[in-house]
Design a protein around this ligand. Structure first.
Ligand code: SF4
Length: 479
């Protein structure tokens, strides 16, 4: 799959692996989640034979051939063909000596890349002599609602993808040959940089020439413009030719960066602030979203709030009160979150959140599981105000934001406060750490307590940060 993504990345994978940075914690966590999902898929097929991983592909091949003779489901069997090697999530006996292949993915949708992945496997297995009848893709069923113990047979949906896979086979064969040639090269192939580089593990290596700040790729959704400028040898926004045409948002960014001063559309900010109704509530959720649901009445990847921070300001320039919540045990936190917020949010006043749809949708999903709160949640829709809006619309833009309008960047740019000194400084770590200290057995109580207080500090900064952003915007329009 890396070879199809980019031959240069493939070359590095085999020839200069050390230059590729190790997986980041988020990718590792996604991979771990994938393994857990795979184990649930195996439960659907009793009496399966698990082929233990072996560093030797040839030994795995031999162990798999032995297992195939027994005519039972095989998990993680690996086969070799030429210089290609693939490991199958599941081989299923299909009668008359034939086999079906099942590829298990921890997503809920059928992604285009998956077909190439399976086509490569089919190329290897059939090349190795395995009579493959059909190929299936098994993904999590988003409509599955947990009620009691997980039912693996209902957790997944299985699609027959044989026809699409067969269409991809010639392309896979061709890529295989091309990639074998790439491996013969003494130096990495010269590849034109492009959108395929987004999120590539080797980006720092290939893009080292790009200045750290104020480069042309900070232009908001401006990849096309940035590549055009790069092709003309222009890498810094400050070096833009005067006659070069930019859209409105790009003009704002360019102006702010060249003048090293924030751009402020006072009329738009004024209008935004005038729309706020006191008391003001500032709300932020931290959520978990397990691939395999933990709580009854939830589905795969459902975002479940386990923590919130709520700041309230009753009158303009008034005292700000704080009401935090962090779920205490392993029970479903949604009923408590709904009940507490129902009491704390009152019946009037704006509820500000940064990307407000996220908080509102969390509440809507929770109310779908606990319908006694449905009409109350419905009544909140008109009260939510998105504090992201003035930044998303570039009514305010600070050159330090570079390409981002996220709160993690806006808050320090606008107020000087930031997340740097926090032990937990972003949502993904908050989620992982909460899961670890809440669900893993034998957690040291001191570790648990330290994580919980770090979580409280982190979530509180998000809502206190929103209070400060509103105050800072008020100051900006007074000047
Ligand atoms: S950064 Fe781009 S050119 Fe470099 S390996 Fe990745 S995809 Fe290929």
């Amino acid at each position: 799959m890396e070879g199809r993504h980019c031959p240069k990345l493939f070359w590095y994978e085999f020839k200069r692996k050390n230059a590729i940075p190790p997986y980041d914690p988020l990718t590792k966590a996604v991979m771990e989640e994938g393994k857990k999902v795979g184990k649930y898929a195996q439960l659907i097929y009793p009496n399966g034979i698990l082929i233990e991983r072996d560093w030797s592909a040839v030994r795995t091949h031999e162990k798999t051939l032995q297992a195939l003779r027994q005519g039972q489901p095989i998990f993680e069997g690996g086969l070799v063909f030429g210089q290609a090697y693939a490991i199958a999530d599941i081989f299923l006996p299909a009668g008359n000596g034939d086999w079906d292949l099942i590829e298990v993915k921890s997503s809920t949708s059928l992604k285009n890349d998956y077909y190439d992945d399976i086509a490569f496997q089919k190329f290897v297995y059939t090349g190795a002599g395995l009579p493959l009848r059909r190929c299936f893709l098994m993904v999590l069923d988003r409509d599955y609602i947990k009620k009691g113990a997980i039912e693996p047979g209902k957790l997944f949906r299985r699609e027959d993808v044989t026809e699409t896979v067969d269409e991809r086979l010639p392309g896979v064969r061709e890529t295989y040959q091309q990639l074998l040639e790439v491996l013969q090269l003494p130096e990495p192939p010269d590849i034109q940089l492009g959108t395929q580089c987004n999120n590539c593990a080797l980006k720092e290596v290939c893009w080292h020439f790009l200045p750290e700040d104020d480069h042309v790729f900070v232009l908001h959704k401006g990849e096309k413009v940035a590549y055009d400028l790069m092709s003309k040898g222009i890498l810094k926004l400050a070096d833009l030719p005067p006659q070069y045409e930019l859209n409105e948002k790009h003009k704002i960014q360019h102006e702010a960066i060249v003048n090293n001063r924030a751009y402020i559309d006072k009329a738009a900010i004024n209008e935004f602030l005038a729309g706020l109704k006191y008391p003001l509530y500032f709300l932020d959720f931290e959520t978990l979203a397990p691939a395999v649901p933990i709580y009854d009445l939830s589905h795969p990847y459902e975002e479940i709030p386990f923590q919130y921070s709520l700041h309230k300001q009753a009158v303009p320039d008034g005292v700000v009160e704080h009401a935090p919540f962090l779920a205490a045990g392993q029970a479903d936190p949604r009923p408590e979150v709904l009940q507490l917020l129902r009491e704390q949010l009152g019946s009037q006043g704006s509820i500000l959140a940064y990307n407000a749809n996220y908080e509102l949708n969390c509440l809507k999903r929770a109310a779908a599981a606990f319908p006694q709160h449905q009409s109350w949640v419905d009544s909140l829709a008109d009260r939510f105000v998105d504090l992201w809006q003035p930044f998303k619309n570039f009514a305010y833009y600070h050159p330090d934001q570079q390409e981002s309008t996220s709160m993690k960047v806006v808050l320090p740019a606008l107020t000087g406060a930031g997340y740097d000194k926090l032990e937990i400084g972003e949502g993904w770590t908050a989620r992982q750490e909460y899961m670890r200290v809440t669900f893993e057995p034998e957690i040291d109580p001191a570790d648990r307590q330290a994580v919980r207080s770090a979580l409280e500090k982190y979530c509180a900064l998000d809502t206190k940060g929103m209070v400060d952003i509103v105050e800072a915007l008020k100051q900006e329009i007074r000047h």
